[in-house]
Design a protein around this ligand. Structure first.
Ligand code: ATP
Ligand code: MG
Length: 338
């Protein structure tokens, strides 16, 4: 069955109200609200175990919803599962291709399962083999592939029947930078040409930043922030200029109208401000000719937002708060560099 975008859903391709999943006592997904529109690339970010895969699993009907409801492509996930499945492409986090078959056989099988019409099957398979750069290995058995090649084949398979909604759970994990770039370009092309809707999870923050129109940050099953990458980064309150210098004129820095906070930490002065690059000259002027050893301008990244929202709460509470988000960032990095 091939299902085109239903059209009667007012541009909303995915909607969830109070979407909840419990495994015994554990609430893996906790009353999530979502509204994702046609042609949107939507990111789910969150630490391990946050509930991203479980959320996707409910939306694609492979796990029953405990509470709440959801629609995909205008179809009710609980009541119209066949229509929902036919509306979705999925690249699973866990490998699921058949390693005893060749690359081409895997795609053939999937195309038949999803009823891609015979007339376009061959052409579509050619196109996707070329996309993921597996044309010259199409007749090799998949168990002879490298990890990255298998991943690329999974992606080709997820895109094969050109569904209106595609879920990608960590699609580019372990892929080299060129391949990732290649896949990003194809995602953007499908969105542009077919107005495909994408929901993706990723641990690569720059991938989320570059690709996603909007991002939901999930922690312990709840959405803790939702917005465009810019909105999320702006929520951290501007840039930071880090200066190392002897006897910094802290009062002069505090007197600058655009500076919101002055901290001395790790032998450096940390100035929080808006538009650091254009205000930097004023900062240097305020130093009144004193020698500045180093200057660093730091703009918040999505990683900082993520850490602020998911890593900070516990640690700062434990340590009595007061640390800026860079402090939290460093603690987080230190504690996760295993
Ligand atoms: N079948 C299951 N039975 C019991 N608990 C489960 C099951 N599947 C997932 N969980 C639990 O639900 C929570 C959310 O898991 P989920 O796989 O959705 O996280 P995730 O955000 O995808 O994490 P990751 O980044 O590691 O992929 C975790 O605590 C996990 O242990
Ligand atoms: Mg997962």
């Amino acid at each position: 069955m091939v299902v085109e975008a239903a059209g009667s859903n007012d541009g909303v391709m995915i909607a969830a109200q109070g979407l909840t999943k419990r495994f015994g006592d554990l609430t893996a997904v906790d009353h999530i609200e979502l509204e994702i529109r046609r042609g949107e690339i939507f990111g789910l970010l969150g630490p391990n175990g946050a509930g991203k895969t479980t959320t996707i699993s409910m939306l694609i009907t492979i796990r029953p919803i405990t509470e709440g409801r959801a629609t995909v492509n205008g179809y009710d996930v609980a009541r119209q599962p066949a229509k929902v499945r036919a509306s979705c492409g999925i690249v699973f986090q866990e490998p699921s291709i058949d390693t005893a078959l060749t690359a081409r056989e895997n795609l053939e099988l999937h195309a038949r399962l999803y009823g891609v019409p015979k007339a376009i099957r061959r052409e579509r398979i050619e196109e996707l083999l070329a996309l993921v750069d597996l044309k010259d290995r199409e007749d090799s058995v998949v168990k002879t592939f490298s990890g990255g090649m298998k991943r690329r084949l999974e992606i080709a398979r997820g895109l094969l029947h050109h569904p209106p909604v595609i879920f990608l759970d960590e699609p580019t994990l372990g892929l080299d930078p060129q391949t990732r770039q290649h896949i990003w370009d194809y995602i953007e092309r499908l969105r542009r040409e077919m107005r495909t809707t994408f929901v993706l999870t990723t641990h690569y923050m720059e991938e989320a930043d570059r690709l996603c129109d909007r991002i939901a940050i999930i922690d312990r099953g709840k959405i803790v922030a939702l917005g465009t990458p810019k909105e999320l980064k702006d929520s951290l309150g501007g840039d930071t200029v880090v200066l190392t210098m002897k006897e910094p004129p802290l009062e002069a820095f505090r007197a600058l109208s655009f500076v919101s906070k002055v901290d001395v930490r790790d032998g450096a002065v940390w100035l929080s401000m808006e538009r650091a690059t254009s205000n930097l000259a004023h900062v240097i002027q305020a130093a009144g000719g004193r020698e500045i050893a180093t200057v660093e301008v730091r703009r918040p990244t999505l990683e900082d937002v993520f850490i602020r929202l998911t890593g900070r709460a516990i640690r700062q509470a434990e340590e009595g708060g007061g640390e800026g988000w860079f402090g939290a960032a460093m603690q987080y990095t230190a504690s996760t560099n295993r």
